[in-house]
Write a new protein. Structure first.
Length: 366
């Protein structure tokens, strides 16, 4: 019995030694990772179009904050009901330090008057970009912003905006608005793509578009073919709350008059006969009475393109929504490619659904 007890005690000691060794190695490994900066960096998270503003409390509640909200939360063009271009959230540096998840969001804009040396946000910017850059900003007012990446988490966009006075910072926020929105859009594109193509791509629809229209375009698998006749393709995605639609057609290019707002309106309204409800004599048309149709030249796949945005309605019925249209000039084939995305989502916000359609449309290649 004594021999058996000694063997059991020896086994127990061995198990304890092994267990303690594993715990020690694990602890040392974690401590070594921390000391060497090798601790795994978390992935950032957050909604698309969300911009976290890091600023002192008095800055956010004063004239600078008013400017931010007026410009950066202005209306997205053009929707039946106003929705902001960006959804703003605010944290002070102290609030960021109180919760880890506040530092793991995707898009940040850190703003400060760098002449206020006692400002916690100024101290943060100074630490991040360095004193040499701060001196450069003081000497050269045109140097008023910088872009960083992955400060607290992976796939993170960090935008620094600064000025040497409150007035200068307000002016910089206004001047840099367009560039900031483009930065956020680009940073969001990966998440939009993952969301839009969550179920994959529809090879059958992509072949249909290629064979009928001579263009390549990525089309999500949850879209279906609603119509392909008279040289017009109509594709749809239907959920309980939202109807997302894409129409494509082509026209022979004759002269520059076709590259105009008036031509887009005429062409889009002519396609409205295909979009009808059960009510007799119903059809889709542009409603540029309640809201104007905006147009501007852009580049799509290196091709000269006219982009138009506005709202549509169904004549003789109570339906409407937002649309975005692209008229692409393809000089090699002497033709115009017309592609239109429109949404019907009664009672729902439409901004994100329109952005999803724009993302799909922007994959087109002639």
């Amino acid at each position: 019995m004594d021999g058996k007890n000694n063997i059991q005690m020896t086994r127990i000691k061995n198990y304890l030694i092994i267990a303690l060794s594993i715990l020690t190695l694990t602890y040392c490994s974690e401590e070594t990772q921390k000391s060497m900066g090798l601790k795994p960096i978390p992935n950032s998270f957050g909604e698309i179009n969300e911009l976290v503003v890091v600023a002192d409390k008095d800055v956010w509640e004063g004239h600078i904050g008013d400017t931010l909200r007026f410009y950066y939360s202005s209306a997205y063009p053009i929707l039946p009901q106003p929705e902001p271009i960006l959804d703003l959230r605010h944290f002070t540096p102290e609030q960021l330090d109180r919760a880890q998840d506040r530092r793991e969001l995707r898009n940040y804009m850190i703003i400060a008057n760098i002449n206020d040396s006692s400002s916690p946000t100024t101290m943060m910017i100074s630490k991040d970009i360095g004193q040499e850059k701060i001196r450069q900003a003081v000497e050269d007012p045109s140097f008023n912003s910088m872009v960083g990446r992955d400060k607290w988490a992976k796939n993170q966009l960090i935008i620094y905006q600064f000025g040497v006075s409150e007035t200068a910072l307000i002016d910089n926020l206004k001047t840099n608005l367009s560039a900031i929105i483009k930065r956020v859009r680009k940073a969001d594109s990966q998440k939009i793509d993952a969301t839009v193509f969550f179920k994959g791509e529809s090879n059958s629809l992509m072949n249909e578009v290629k064979n009928s229209m001579g263009v390549n375009m990525r089309i999500p698998d949850d879209f279906f073919l609603a119509m392909n006749k008279d040289g017009v393709i109509w594709m749809r995605k239907e959920t309980d709350k939202v109807s997302s639609n894409i129409m494509i057609t082509k026209r022979v290019y004759k002269d520059e008059n076709q590259l105009s707002k008036g031509y887009i309106k005429s062409l889009r309204d002519s396609l409205g006969k295909y979009i009808a409800t059960d009510i007799p004599n119903s059809y889709m048309k542009i409603n540029d009475t309640d809201l104007p149709m905006l147009s501007k030249p852009v580049k799509m796949g290196n091709q000269y393109t006219i982009e138009a945005r506005g709202i549509w309605e169904i004549v003789n019925d109570f339906m409407g929504g937002a649309f975005v249209t692209y008229l692409i000039h393809n000089p090699s084939n002497n033709e115009l490619v017309f592609i239109d995305g429109f949404v019907h989502a009664p009672g729902e916000n439409k901004r994100d659904h329109m952005q999803a359609l724009e993302h799909i449309i922007n994959t087109i290649r002639l």
